[in-house]
Design a protein around this ligand. Structure first.
Ligand code: SF4
Length: 176
């Protein structure tokens, strides 16, 4: 049986959703037999590959890099899943949205620094004016809320997706 090409992506999130994904106990073994993980924090691929069947995105879209990445992901993925409240609503990353990015960066790198004060000009992705949910940038096929979503819900989602079904998440997940 052909394996499902699965990617997982970590944008502006705390990694808690990926931790929950890894917390599926023995279900992860059954799923691992059905998928090829072609991209994500757990594999070494540097560039997002083509012809991905399912991409799971954790985190909000917060920087210019996130924006470009998520557009590439959409072009190269059959199915895009927003995993967790940050991807679904912007959640915690969205808490900065009332503060202009320049002011925020100066608060952290100038006012809040004991040494080497100064907003870095290189090597740091430019922040977008606001952190936004994935669906504000590209079409999302499935939203899985939760902070993080419970491991059992993620296991159910993946089990259904590898069987070629769209999971019915009613009563299985909630925000927060
Ligand atoms: S939804 Fe919660 S657990 Fe997931 S990345 Fe955001 S803050 Fe972390």
């Amino acid at each position: 049986m052909k394996k499902v090409r699965l990617a997982t992506v970590w944008l502006d999130g705390c990694s808690g959703c990926h931790m929950s994904l890894l917390d599926m106990d023995e279900t992860i073994l059954a799923i691992a037999k059905r998928v090829d993980v072609v991209y994500g924090p757990l594999v070494d691929a540097q560039e997002f590959p083509k012809l991905v069947d399912v991409t799971i995105i954790e985190g909000a879209v917060s920087s210019q890099d996130d924006l470009e990445k998520v557009r590439t992901i959409r072009q190269r993925s059959k199915l895009v899943v927003a995993l967790g409240d940050c991807a679904v609503t912007a959640n915690v990353p969205g808490m900065r949205n009332q503060i202009p990015p320049r002011k925020l960066l100066e608060r952290i790198y100038v006012e809040g620094a004991d040494q080497c004060r100064g907003v870095p000009a290189e090597g740091v992705p430019a922040l977008l004016r606001q952190a936004v949910p994935v669906q504000e940038v590209v079409k999302v096929d499935l939203h899985v809320p939760g902070c993080p979503p419970p491991a059992q819900a993620i296991a159910y989602v993946l089990t259904e997706l590898v069987e070629g079904r769209i999971p019915d998440l009613k009563s299985k997940v909630k925000f927060g």
